[in-house]
Design a protein around this ligand. Structure first.
Ligand code: ADP
Ligand code: NI
Length: 219
């Protein structure tokens, strides 16, 4: 199987696996991350097959939807790629990216950093989808899925969460902006990613300002 057939097969597998997924973590999220990945990859020296497969497979079993189990996604990806006889080096690189790219793992100080250029590109592509207009939509959709409050002025954001606290948090969705979304701009790895993030970041700041104005009954 050549690389483009491999990517096509992977798309079919991911679409099938994500049928019925929460709206912010469904096939369209993957499609956007995949497109962002290809865009960022143009300006970086990376293995395009590795970043493509990692982007497509990065959320096939998000631990959030599997009782916090972090091993299912990487295992599913590994089994799938092995079934297509992908070489071991590619498989292990893709699996390492999936294991290491998440925001909550970046909060885990004990974790040994795994930072290939390929991981950096896919991580930026995923982060771009967490901010801006789409990021806002995804955050509120996830909050709704979890039946969280939109905002509660009495519950302050927690800016120094450990990985465990982050996973357990059931705070209002507005807090997620301060706890994650507004932090992403300064965590971008690639120059192209940084540039796109600036604009989306500003959009979230404008959104929050308008949100508080309306909350306070200003016209
Ligand atoms: P990662 O999968 O990179 O560890 P997260 O699990 O923090 O990242 O979140 C992925 C996306 O899920 C976020 O960008 C956001 O859209 C949504 N999400 C996760 N946690 C929350 C939350 N507490 N409130 C609102 N949205 C959330
Ligand atoms: Ni994702």
């Amino acid at each position: 199987m050549n690389d483009s057939e491999l990517v096509e097969e992977t798309i079919v597998f991911v679409k099938k696996t994500l049928r019925g997924a929460e709206g912010g973590h469904d096939w369209f999220h993957i499609q956007r991350v995949f497109n962002n990945t290809l865009l960022l990859a143009k300006d970086e020296k990376v293995n395009v097959l590795v970043v493509s497969l990692a982007a497509l497979l990065h959320d096939i079993a998000d631990p959030k939807f599997y009782d916090g189990d972090e091993s299912i996604g990487p295992q599913l990806a590994k089994d799938f790629l092995s079934s297509l006889n992908v070489d071991n080096k590619t498989i292990s690189h893709v699996v390492e990216i999936i294991k290491n790219m998440s925001f909550k793992n970046s909060l885990d100080k004990k974790r040994k950093p795994f930072y290939t250029k390929e991981l950096q590109v896919v991580q930026d592509a995923d982060r771009l989808d967490a901010i801006g207009a789409i990021g806002i939509a995804r955050a509120f959709n996830y909050g709704g899925f979890k039946n969280r409050e939109l905002y509660n002025p009495a519950i302050a954001p927690n800016l120094n969460m450990t990985k465990e606290e982050y996973k357990k948090s059931s705070a209002p969705t507005i807090n997620h902006f301060y706890e994650k979304l507004l932090l992403l701009k300064d965590k971008m790895n690639t120059n192209t990613g940084k540039k796109i993030a600036e604009k989306r970041h500003q959009f979230m700041l404008d959104y929050l300002e308008q949100f508080y104005q309306e909350w306070n009954g200003q016209l």
